[in-house]
Design a protein around this ligand. Structure first.
Ligand SMILES: [Zn+2]
Length: 296
């Protein structure tokens, strides 16, 4: 059996087969768990080349209808719904968004007067972002050359769980941070009560794309090993995502493994909101939203 990549000791196999439940991909994988830090590792993900091809074919930004991110009413909605806009936490630029996709976060930050740069491996997504006049470094995250001490903020929203070598990525990110700069990290929370409740139908497994499944503890340990100190970690359970897990569970009963017909109607989101806010307060929410600063 393999060891936890954070150096805790051997990991334990989990027999539960997991499959993609968003796009209906046929891959079935398994996760092994570290008892010490809670990290999950996808042990039988497809080889790198096959994953790269899947990203290229299947992974383009969603054009989902969204509540605007500004204004008092919108803020109140996000507070109730649990859809914390990460961009609201960013105070200063320049900002690098790693995995900037079609540039939605960058547009929001630019509107607040901040200098923004994207990093995006998907050609199609990068082209959409450029059509908004955004600067995008089009490169695989692992291979990107980042300028030293350039950025005051780096966004790693739903990125760390996708990369093969998170240590190397975080060290690179630390190198591109200015003194006093902040890394904003969002990852699914493997210690989530929703993961327990939905089991293999939890929408945040997102295998075979997610290679790691983090907890607050594993995230803090990983950051520390890369010269970063985790300062704040709150939990966020978006009503929309909670409804997606419910839809996945319902679909699976009918032998379906995609979310194409999903509609997270706003009224339903209000119904699930109280449970979401309780789980978040207990640090057992769907996702971890953390801030890390350079510790040296
Ligand atoms: Zn561990």
């Amino acid at each position: 059996m393999m060891d936890c990549p954070l150096g805790c000791g051997p990991v334990e196999a989990d027999e539960t087969p997991l499959r993609d439940n968003r796009m209906g991909l046929p891959h079935v994988v398994h996760v092994a768990w570290c008892r010490e830090c809670g990290l999950g590792i996808t042990v039988d993900a497809p080889p790198r080349g096959e994953l790269a091809a899947l990203y290229e074919q299947r992974y383009v930004g969603d054009e989902e209808r969204r509540v605007p991110r500004t204004g008092a009413l919108a803020r109140a909605w996000h507070a109730v719904n649990g859809s914390l806009p990460l961009t609201d936490l960013v105070r200063s630029g320049p900002v690098l968004d790693v995995g900037s996709n079609t540039g939605e976060a960058l547009v929001a930050l630019r509107a607040r007067g901040l200098e923004v740069v994207g990093l995006e491996p998907n050609r199609q997504a990068a082209a959409v972002a450029r059509s908004y006049g955004l600067e995008v470094i089009e490169s695989a995250i692992e291979e990107a050359e980042l300028p030293r001490a350039r950025f005051a903020a780096v966004l790693l929203s739903q990125v760390l769980e996708h990369v093969e070598d998170p240590h190397s990525l975080l060290r690179k990110v630390r190198g591109t941070l200015r003194p006093g700069g902040v890394v904003f990290i969002v990852v699914p929370n493997a210690a989530s009560v929703w993961r327990r409740m939905f089991g293999p139908y939890w929408v945040h497994w997102h295998v075979p794309f997610h290679l790691y499944h983090h907890t607050e503890r594993s995230l803090a340990k990983l950051c520390a090993q890369c010269g970063l100190e985790l300062r704040e970690a709150r939990n966020v359970t978006s009503g929309e995502w909670l409804l997606m897990s419910l839809a996945v569970q319902r679909n699976a009963r009918h032998g379906r493994f995609d979310l194409e017909s999903f509609s997270g109607r706003y009224g339903r989101r209000l119904l699930v909101a109280p449970a979401g806010r309780i789980a978040d307060a207990l640090h057992r929410g769907d996702a971890i939203v953390a801030q890390a600063v350079s510790s040296r």
